[in-house]
Design a protein around this ligand. Structure first.
Ligand SMILES: Nc1ncnc2c1ncn2[C@@H]1O[C@H](COP(=O)(O)OP(=O)(O)OP(=O)(O)O)[C@@H](O)[C@H]1O
Ligand SMILES: [Mg+2]
Length: 246
């Protein structure tokens, strides 16, 4: 068996008396494209928050790239190569698009142990490269308020990509977008995956999930109820019940 990039074992998280995650196990191999779906409130974002260190899980463990992440806070996990985009984009509104990328370049890439620091010119080059990659070439001096919703999503993905991740977790990067904009973001995520980045896509838009995912994981009420080939998972009786029962 090949070494897994991400190994989640028995992850549990409560909010007071409410069990948000209930013993979730999940393994992801390097280079995989995995879709994570589940009804509203099923614990998807909570899982992301626990993986990335924004929330502390009470039970279970997370191994990433061969390392136990217990006790590591969010920025340390980012430096190890775990990046996420937020369900609601979170750019720094008073900074230009370029500066929004320089922050993660400075704090994630330059601060990585043993990494060669990027010079000013290299940082500028890397910014331009990232903007080109996501389809925002030429927008470096614009402000987030100048961007359309789809371009804002692209900036959010570029910000995550700036930390040069091994794993990118995209939490609902397409909500509210038009049909063609959704296709645009799916194509972008596939391009990132083709560059060797493992991607977890959290999404309610099934067309996007089905075209993107090589594997589908389903969370319901904080429990993983299915994990396998997308065409098989969506025909699973328990998965159907979870969705139709809503
Ligand atoms: N910080 C918090 N404090 C208390 N309850 C929370 C907190 N964060 C999430 N929850 C609750 O935990 C449950 C899971 O929320 P979560 O955001 O993980 O769901 P989700 O699967 O991402 O849903 P959606 O598809 O709507 O984004 C919900 O019932 C939510 O209200
Ligand atoms: Mg969510």
């Amino acid at each position: 068996m090949t070494a897994q990039l991400l190994e989640v074992d028995g992850l549990g998280k409560r909010f007071g008396g409410f069990v948000a995650l209930d013993g979730v196990d999940l393994s992801i191999a390097p280079g995989e494209r995995v879709g994570l779906i589940g009804p509203n409130g099923s614990g998807k974002s909570t899982l992301v928050n626990c993986l990335c260190g924004t929330l502390a899980n009470e039970t279970g463990s997370v191994r990433f790239d061969g390392r136990d992440l217990s006790g590591l806070v969010a920025h340390q996990r980012t430096r190890l190569g775990m990046a996420r985009s937020f369900q609601l984009p979170r750019p720094f509104p008073s900074m230009t698009v370029g500066d929004n990328l320089r922050i993660p370049l400075l704090y994630a890439v330059n601060a990585r142990p043993g990494a060669a620091h990027l010079s000013v010119a290299e940082t500028r080059e890397r910014c331009a490269e990232l903007l080109g990659l996501v389809g925002l070439a030429g927008r470096v001096h614009d402000y987030p308020r100048d961007l359309t919703q789809v371009d804002m999503r692209k900036l959010e993905l570029a910000r995550a990509m700036a930390s040069d991740p091994k794993l990118l977790i995209a939490d609902e990067a397409m909500a509210g977008l038009s049909h063609s904009e959704v296709s645009d973001i799916v194509a972008l995520l596939v391009r990132l995956n083709e560059r060797g980045i493992t991607v977890i896509l959290i999404e309610h838009i099934m067309r996007a999930v089905m075209s993107f995912s090589q594997r589908l994981v389903v969370l319901v009420s904080g429990k993983k109820i299915a994990d396998g080939r997308p065409d098989e998972v969506i025909r699973d009786a328990e998965v159907e019940r979870a969705y139709l029962g809503q």
